[in-house]
Design a protein around this ligand. Sequence first.
Ligand code: NAP
Ligand code: G4F
Length: 326
Amino acid sequence: MSQKTALITGITGQDGSYLSELLLSKGYHVVGMLRRSSSENFERIEHLRGKVQLEYGDLLDQSSLVSVLQKVQPQEVYNLAAQSFVPTSWQQPVLTSEFTAVGVTRILEAIRQVNPGARFYQASSSEMFGKVLEVPQSEQTPFYPRSPYGVAKCYGHYMTVNYRESYNLFAVSGILFNHESPRRGLEFVTRKVTDGVARIKLGLAKELRMGNLQAKRDWGFAGDYVKAMWLMLQQDTPDDFVIATGETHSVEELVDIAFARVGLDWRKHVVTDPAFIRPAEVDLLIGDCSKAKNVLGWVPEVSFQGLVEMMVDADVERLSKRSSAL
Ligand code: NAP
Ligand code: G4F
């Protein structure tokens, strides 16, 4: 069989880097779309240089999407690009909507015009469940988004379903719950905690300023979750799936495990700071991924404790190397 080509928007992000590795291991020709920046932002894909093709394009620019699709002619398109940090979506609601909501229509429209045979994956989010109407949340649970980001993701989700039903595109929406890794952005709570713990352990900081410690999330490992994205595009018929671990933990539990990993008591270092409290909170997320287990044969492999410890260890190692190089 001839080599398949996959186009990944958001290749410089956490999921883009893990998905690239997965697709390369399966023999794909991987093309990553990235936006122009005055300085390179290739940290997460540095090790993949020379193995992936990079093309400039921006979710804000329709013609750039059409050009990339015409040039690359992918069989699979993974739309991972987005403004993905929830607090920023209150500060920049219009820009978040342009990227995270309308950007989905731009790419779907480009696919419809240029290569309607391509299979399309949309990175939807458990943030769409927001103020949850059901516990646990499944594909049948109604949405109640609590942030401009969550609202934008609902738009992208429904646009994906609409293009599937209107134009018969193979377009699927993966409703992924929080997934983390040592490559997670430093502003997200898991990485903020593991980086903070490493700094305190190494004497580079004394305290960690946090927001709501009672919020609960269903956290998994990003390396597991990109496998589900790929599986969704290998099915006979396009469909939407919840991807989650089925466990929920509070931010306080996260903090406790992370500090304990380096032999510290979090109560001596964590300070609650109202600056990190959100205008509207998502209090509890826990996913029911039975459909993914039954249809895709997907199961998460990394436990919550294993994930937090992996991230703490990686941050301690990274910061130790940096300190010893000074
Ligand atoms: P991430 O690390 O924040 O990566 C986002 C990517 O989008 C980056 O490569 C970024 O490029 C790119 N991007 C942003 N605006 C763009 C634009 N206008 N044009 C082109 N590229 C643009 O996010 P992630 O954690 O990998 O998540 C991947 C996707 O899954 C996102 O859509 C996110 O909303 C969604 N999601 C994530 C989770 C999770 O827990 N991680 C859960 C559910 C859904 P730069 O490097 O140039 O900034
Ligand atoms: O790590 P977070 O910023 O992730 P959040 O808001 O759940 O969103 C992430 O997961 C979504 C999937 O559900 C993705 F769609 C989205 O792109 C992103 O990847 O915050 C998690 C929880 C929140 O309840 C927040 O209030 O942690 C709480 N929290 C407490 N203190 C904090 C902090 N969050 C951050 N970022 N920083 C804090 O100091």
